[in-house]
Design a protein around this ligand. Structure first.
Ligand code: FES
Ligand SMILES: [Fe+2]
Length: 382
């Protein structure tokens, strides 16, 4: 008799045990998919492991280029331990700079705005839009050399109008990760979309729970009966392409539903009649429709807490102002519905009885399996 028998989940409630469970779960046959135990989403030790590995080496979407269209436009962000400034330079390039003054560590900017110089509020050191120190009053010590006081710059990639950043200079390159995803959304002209709204909220959930929630169509009709069901019912969800670093499914509109804007001229009729939901692992989830683009950037703050930054952009003049306001209100409600579910689930995921349960089929939860597979492969590399 095994006297040490414990409910699964508790026995695995540390980083190394969960790493093993992840490998085993990802290796299950495709027709027998399983979820992960609650500890995967609730163990502080496992979150610490993720912070040092998959999150630190991952490419994270910080926002849209259309948030900062003019030279000097900036917004601030915070990724793991790093305060960041995302700023457009005089040369039109977008840079992600450390938002930490090289003198004694004061943040240089807050929120968003436009500036010619980044001037520290503490002792007035000033930097240009590339992070070069221009002026530091009364600094006459022999040991001071302005050339050594450039703001650190992070690796940055612009893809389809999204701004991605990586904290680890030795991390694998971003661009080659998802050419298939580029093909999947090519006709939408995602880079041409124009920002109409952005918002930030703190949610009490694990970061992976929101990735999985956004990426599975199984809950659509249950959680969103009044907001999404009419246009994107669960029964019409279909698994789409997946590849290195991403997964996708399509949420198809029922026959008879009105089109929701024409979008780019190259879109097929089928593309106009569905939303393509995709995740760029680890932390970005997106809904791409003909005229509407919604992107969520998930910033993990703690094992059970995230900051969600979401942006909404539209294509050309497809949608009038009143429709845009309706769509913003709709998505605020959709996010509220998801948040309510995830915050309640986070509490029960800490239970010793939150054991691994079976997943639904490919069209409904195949994206969760893709996420597991990707995490397992990354994990195996450490
Ligand atoms: S900390 Fe920025 S100038 Fe002193
Ligand atoms: Fe949802």
């Amino acid at each position: 008799m095994n006297e040490k028998a414990e409910p699964a989940g508790q026995a695995d409630n540390d980083g190394s045990g969960l790493r093993l469970v992840l490998q085993q779960t990802a290796a299950l046959p495709a027709d027998r998919p399983m979820g992960m135990p609650g500890a995967f989403y609730a163990s502080p030790e496992y979150f610490e492991w993720e912070t040092q590995t998959v999150l630190r080496r991952g490419w994270h979407c910080l926002g849209r280029i259309d948030e900062i269209p003019n030279a000097g436009d900036y917004f601030t962000a915070h990724l793991l331990t790093e305060p960041l400034i995302v700023i457009r330079g005089d040369d039109d390039a977008i840079r992600v700079l450390s938002n930490v003054c090289r003198h004694r560590g004061m943040p240089l900017a807050e929120g968003a705005g436009n500036t010619k110089r980044l001037i520290c509020s503490y002792h007035a050191w000033s930097y240009d839009r590339k992070g070069t120190l221009l002026r530091a009053a009364r600094m006459e010590n022999a040991g001071f050399d302005a050339k050594n006081c450039h703001l650190p710059k992070f690796n940055t990639v612009i893809w389809r109008g999204f701004i991605y950043c990586n904290l680890d200079p030795s991390a694998p390159a971003f661009v080659a990760q998802n050419p298939e995803l580029g093909d999947l959304i090519a006709a939408y002209e995602t880079d041409q979309f124009r920002l109409v709204h952005s918002g930030e909220e703190v949610w009490h959930t694990n970061w992976k729970c929101l990735v999985e929630n956004f990426m599975e169509g199984y809950h659509l009709s249950v959680v969103h009966p009044k907001t999404l069901h009419e246009y994107t019912p669960t029964g019409l969800a279909r698994k789409s392409a997946s590849g290195a670093g991403f997964t996708a499914y399509t949420a198809n509109y029922p026959e008879g539903a009105q089109p929701r804007g024409a979008g780019a001229p190259g879109l097929s009729a089928a593309e106009q009649r569905r939303s393509t939901l995709f995740a760029v692992f680890p932390t970005q989830v997106v809904s791409q429709a003909a005229s509407l683009l919604v992107s969520l950037s998930i910033v993990p703050l703690a094992v059970d807490q995230i900051r969600v930054k979401w942006t909404m952009s539209t294509y050309g003049d497809d949608l009038d102002d009143a429709t845009i306001q309706q769509r913003i209100a709709l998505w605020q409600e959709v996010n509220r519905e998801d948040r309510e579910k995830l915050e309640r689930m986070q509490v029960s995921l800490g239970s010793a009885h939150a054991t691994a349960g079976p997943l639904a089929g490919e069209d409904y939860e195949g994206t969760i399996r893709d996420f597991q597979t990707w995490l397992a492969r990354i994990d195996a590399g450490f």
